[in-house]
Ligand binder design. Structure first.
Ligand code: NDP
Ligand code: AOF
Length: 360
């Protein structure tokens, strides 16, 4: 499709060998890299989740990889290693990265340098790095003597959806970088009369698939904020059970308790379940305190009092409502900015799998 080739054409011309891939192939690989990165939301803090796909000249995916955990290799390095170990390193033609490759020595060497040491000719970037310390990878790649063609997804109308998803993927990280506050998602289950209170003897009332979604959100977030009322009435576990959890992770449970009813035995209970437990007197301070502690994204699972406080204090970025009604499937409603990380979770975002190698 000529039109697609034109859309993805490099700024300064290219030799035959350097012909850019078709837009459909790039969009599919972008989505695959985003989905791979999204699997690690909740495991990478204080780093952002990042994904990378490497393609050959025919648009065949050679490697898809993500950043798994702070201190470990970045997505680009993991993808380059995969290509190396499968013997396809020399075929690398296009790299798709959800976040601008880093250009600094942090806990790992610069990804821009690693890409420069590969035969890559085209690099597509999903979102700018909001971290002033690490950014600059695009500039470094452009300055390469072998002339790598570097483009951002937002520059290309065909990739508007991919650009928005890449921004969503790093929205919690961006909020921490820009405001020093973690990203907040409120989850609220409502029954058919609009009550949050479960029937006697139950802690939840939403359907199994809604609980799966709720557990995906728990897995993707670094902290849960709840209220003392919920702790005392439900003794919730707050663990991730409906989907596999990240094996190694730090998770904070912040309990809002202005009257001092949460004793050490309750804290111990949650510590035993793997939580770092905080008791807070002021909900409004938590987003900054959590960001300072390295959390990117917090989930509020509180009762009517805490949820109402959140709404009146305008202390949320996304609001996930799950409404049940007898004889009907649950309705899931997400009030969120365009850049919604919850919208990237598997029950809500099903990328049409990777474009086949021969696809235009
Ligand atoms: N359907 C759903 O999605 C959910 C339902 N629930 C249900 O909710 C019920 C419990 O709810 P509820 O009793 O309202 O308790 P909450 O879980 O809302 O907790 C209330 C606590 O939060 C404190 N709090 C409120 N505002 C602030 C603030 N700005 N800063 C710090 N602390 C604050 C309150 O302090 P103070 O007393 O001083 O106001 C109180 O200690 C249970 O039945 C539970 O099953 C719970 C979670 C989710
Ligand atoms: N009622 C309700 C929810 N409520 C939240 O889930 C907590 C129970 O968590 P756990 O002990 O881990 O199963 C409960 O105390 C409250 O915080 N969540 C939902 O997805 N759907 C529901 O209908």
């Amino acid at each position: 499709m000529t039109e697609q080739h034109n859309m993805a054409a490099p700024a300064h011309g290219a030799s035959c060998d350097d012909t850019p891939l078709a837009a459909g192939t790039i969009a599919g690989a972008f989505d695959a890299a985003i989905a791979e990165a999204a699997r690690f939301m909740g495991a990478t803090a204080p780093n952002p989740p990042v994904g990378c796909a490497l393609l050959d000249r025919q648009g065949q995916i050679l490697a898809i990889a993500a950043h798994h955990q702070a201190g470990q290799a970045h997505a680009e390095q993991n993808a380059l290693d995969l290509a190396r170990s499968s013997g396809t390193f020399e075929k690398i033609h296009t790299a798709i990265v959800t976040l601008e490759p880093c250009n600094h020595f942090g806990q790992t060497p610069p990804c821009a340098k690693a890409l420069l040491a590969s035969p890559v000719k085209h690099v597509w970037i999903g979102a700018e790095d909001p971290n002033a310390l690490a950014r600059g990878g695009a500039k470094a790649l452009r300055a390469a003597p072998n002339g790598i063609n570097v483009r951002f997804a937002r520059e290309e109308p065909a990739f508007a959806a991919q650009a928005a998803r890449a921004i969503a993927l790093s929205a919690p990280f961006s909020k921490v970088q820009r405001e020093g506050k973690c990203f907040i998602t409120v989850k609220q289950a409502l029954d058919h009369v609009g009550s949050m209170r479960p029937p006697p003897g139950q802690k939840t009332f939403t359907s199994p698939s809604s609980l799966t979604l709720a557990h995906y959100v728990r897995r993707a977030t670094d902290a849960i904020i709840t209220g003392a009322g919920t702790i005392l009435s439900d003794k919730p576990l707050f663990t991730v059970r409906h989907v596999p959890d990240h094996p190694m992770r730090r998770r904070i449970l912040a309990i809002c308790d202005r009257r001092g009813v949460i004793g050490p035995e309750i804290r111990d209970f949650y510590e035993q379940h793997g939580f770092e437990t905080w008791v807070s007197h002021d909900l409004t301070e938590l987003p900054a305190q959590l960001a300072k502690a390295g959390a990117l994204w917090a989930l509020i699972e509180g009762g009517p009092r805490l949820t109402t406080a959140c709404e009146s204090l305008n202390l949320w970025d996304e609001w996930l409502t799950i409404r049940t009604a007898p004889g009907r499937e649950d309705e899931v409603h997400l009030r969120a900015p365009d850049a919604s990380p919850t919208a990237l979770l598997p029950p809500l975002f099903a990328p049409s799998t990777v474009a086949p190698a021969s696809a235009p």
